[in-house]
Ligand binder design. Structure first.
Ligand SMILES: *[C@@H]1O[C@H](CO)[C@@H](O)[C@H](O)[C@H]1NC(C)=O
Ligand SMILES: *[C@@H]1O[C@H](CO)[C@@H](O)[C@H](O)[C@H]1NC(C)=O
Ligand SMILES: *[C@@H]1O[C@H](CO)[C@@H](O)[C@H](O)[C@H]1NC(C)=O
Ligand SMILES: *[C@@H]1O[C@H](CO)[C@@H](O)[C@H](O)[C@H]1NC(C)=O
Ligand SMILES: *[C@@H]1O[C@H](CO)[C@@H](O)[C@H](O)[C@H]1NC(C)=O
Length: 161
C-alpha cells in the first residue's frame, strides 16, 4: 500500500517536472490568422525567427492566435526604423511593443529574441491580437512562443490530488 502511494507521488513529481514546455510558432504558421488587410510576408533576414516576417502599415490589420497554455511570449528582432506592434491578450489592456533598436547600426540590427512575456496564465484558451500601434508606421509579426502544459499531467494532478 505504501509502495503504491510512493510510486504515485514519485510519478507525480516526474510527470509534473516535464509537464511544461515552450513551443515557438513562426509567423508563417497557419495557427496565426491574418485578417482585415494586407500583411506582407518577408523572407530575407537571418535575424528573423526562421528567416521570415509579416509586416503591415495598415491601421485595420489584425493577426490573431488562440492557444491553450500557461504563458505566451512575443519574439522579434529590433530595427533602426520606427516599428511597434500592439499586443492584446484576452481582454487585458493592449500593450505597445517598441521594436526600435536604441543603438542601431544596420536596418535590422538585433536578432530575434523574447520582447514581451505574459506572466503566468491559467491553463485555458487564450487569444492574442496583434495590430499596428496607433501613430507608428509599421507593425511586424515574427514569432510567438507559448508554454504548453501537458494534458496527461493535468489529468494526473486532478486524479491524484
Ligand atoms: C520558456 O521560455 C522563457 C523565455 O526564454 C523562459 O523564461 C521560461 O522559463 C521557459 N519555460 C519553459 C517551461 O521552458
Ligand atoms: C519556416 O518558413 C517557411 C517559409 O519560408 C515555412 O514553410 C516553414 O514551415 C517555416 N518553418 C517553421 C518551423 O515554422
Ligand atoms: C522606441 O524606442 C526607441 C529606442 O529606444 C526610442 O528612440 C523611441 O522614442 C521609442 N518610441 C516610443 C514611441 O516610445
Ligand atoms: C550589418 O549587417 C551586415 C550584413 O548583415 C553585417 O555583416 C555587419 O556585421 C553588420 N554591422 C554591424 C555593425 O552589426
Ligand atoms: C480552445 O480552443 C480549441 C482550439 O481553438 C478548441 O478546439 C476548444 O474547443 C477551445 N476550448 C474552450 C474551452 O473554449
Amino acid at each position: 500500500m505504501y509502495g503504491h502511494v510512493l510510486f504515485l507521488l514519485a510519478s507525480y513529481y516526474i510527470v509534473g517536472s516535464v509537464a511544461q514546455r515552450n513551443v515557438t510558432i513562426d509567423d508563417t504558421d497557419k495557427a496565426i490568422v491574418y485578417t482585415n488587410s494586407d500583411w506582407s510576408a518577408s523572407t530575407d533576414s537571418t535575424l528573423d525567427y526562421n528567416g521570415t516576417l509579416h509586416l503591415t502599415n495598415d491601421d485595420a490589420a489584425l493577426a490573431t492566435f488562440t492557444f491553450t497554455g500557461t504563458a505566451i511570449y512575443f519574439v522579434s528582432p529590433l530595427w533602426s526604423l520606427a516599428i511597434s506592434t500592439q499586443l492584446q491578450l484576452d481582454s487585458q489592456p493592449p500593450v505597445s511593443l517598441n521594436l526600435t533598436d536604441p543603438d542601431p547600426t544596420n536596418s535590422t540590427t538585433v536578432s530575434f529574441a523574447v520582447i514581451w512575456g505574459s506572466g503566468p496564465l491559467s491553463n485555458t484558451n487564450h487569444t492574442v491580437r496583434l495590430s499596428k500601434t496607433p501613430g507608428i508606421e509599421w507593425a511586424v509579426v515574427d514569432a510567438l512562443m507559448w508554454v504548453l502544459c501537458n494534458s496527461l499531467s493535468s489529468w494526473f494532478r486532478s486524479w491524484i490530488l
